[in-house]
Design a protein around this ligand. Structure first.
Ligand code: GUN
Length: 293
């Protein structure tokens, strides 16, 4: 069984990005610049945005964090996005989700200039990805694609089963795995909460991508021996034996599934660290005008 090491792979990607940034700077080019907008005080969002800002520093990017009160109006937030859209120094813009209930995620997402949408959430980028055009691909699916590539996992002709149809992970993942390219050319089954006989389907998966958001949902009896298993879930559960009082688990029951799998991502240290590397990569692509020209 191969343990797919997202922590190591993401460090390698960050090193590659840092090398390129140093080159750009030495040639007198502009420093890539990511802006993050964080609304309110959600603990997880603060942690994620903090990690993104820290990663920018590590690779030599500039970053700007715009913090807004939970009570900010939709109009005010849309204006902040518009101002960043029009700021020529900023290459990438992310608005951390979730947003407070009084703000429309769709309206805010649609306000982001596709050329700066390094999260790949806008209709323009989702459409471009679907058409197999150059696009910013959302961080989690992009990170998974990169892991499959860097671990030379064969995807052509394989049966790939995706569990979960979210806009951020399951849906784009199914499109990427089916597209004509590598990774891709898989026969894809996208499953979700209404799927019947789920374990009958997962047992036929050569590649199983789990993004359902339920702790240890996938058990050993749902997995074909030799399958490649990618676990997107991350959940905190109480554990008094840990100093922090909790430990992290995924959507896959690792101890049961790992012995069966030919390759598997752990939690933590699998898909999670790759998402930040993907965001940095998209921001570098934007600074170098590689996607929209
Ligand atoms: N919230 C959870 N994941 C993400 C992400 O990838 N991007 C943004 N902007 N918000 C998130």
């Amino acid at each position: 069984m191969i343990l797919i090491d997202g922590k190591k792979t993401s460090s390698e990607i960050k090193n590659e990005i840092a090398t390129r940034v140093a080159e750009i700077k030495s040639e007198g080019g502009k420093t890539p610049h990511l802006a993050a907008v964080l609304v309110g005080n959600d603990g997880a969002s603060q942690t994620y945005v903090g990690a993104k800002v820290k990663a920018c520093e590590e690779v030599g990017f500039k970053s700007t964090l715009v913090r807004l009160e939970e009570t900010v109006s939709e109009a005010e937030l849309l204006q902040v996005v518009e101002d960043i859209n029009n700021n020529p120094d900023i290459d990438g813009l992310i608005v951390q989700l979730p947003l407070p209930k009084h703000i429309s995620v769709d309206k805010v997402t649609n306000k982001i200039r596709p050329e700066k949408d390094v999260d790949g959430f806008t209709p323009a980028n989702v459409g471009r990805m679907t058409l197999n055009w150059p696009a910013y691909v959302a961080a989690t699916p992009y990170g998974i694609v990169e892991l499959l590539k860097r671990y030379n996992i064969e995807t052509s002709g394989k049966h790939c089963v995706v569990i979960g149809r979210s806009h951020i992970v399951g849906s784009p993942m199914s499109i990427l795995m089916a597209r004509n390219g590598y990774p891709g050319n898989a026969t894809v089954t996208l499953t979700h909460s209404r799927t019947k006989n789920l374990s009958e389907i997962t047992k036929t998966a050569d590649i199983l991508i789990v993004a359902i958001g339920k702790p240890e949902f996938v058990t050993g009896d749902m997995v074909k021996p030799g399958a490649v298993v990618i676990d997107v879930g991350i959940h905190r559960i109480e554990d008094s034996s840990k100093k922090s009082g909790f430990r992290l688990i995924g959507d896959v029951k690792f101890d049961e599934v790992a012995p069966l799998a030919s390759a598997i991502t752990p939690v933590p240290g699998g898909v999670g660290p790759m998402t930040i590397a993907a965001l940095l990569y998209n921001t570098l692509q934007s600074a170098e005008k590689k996607v929209f020209g």
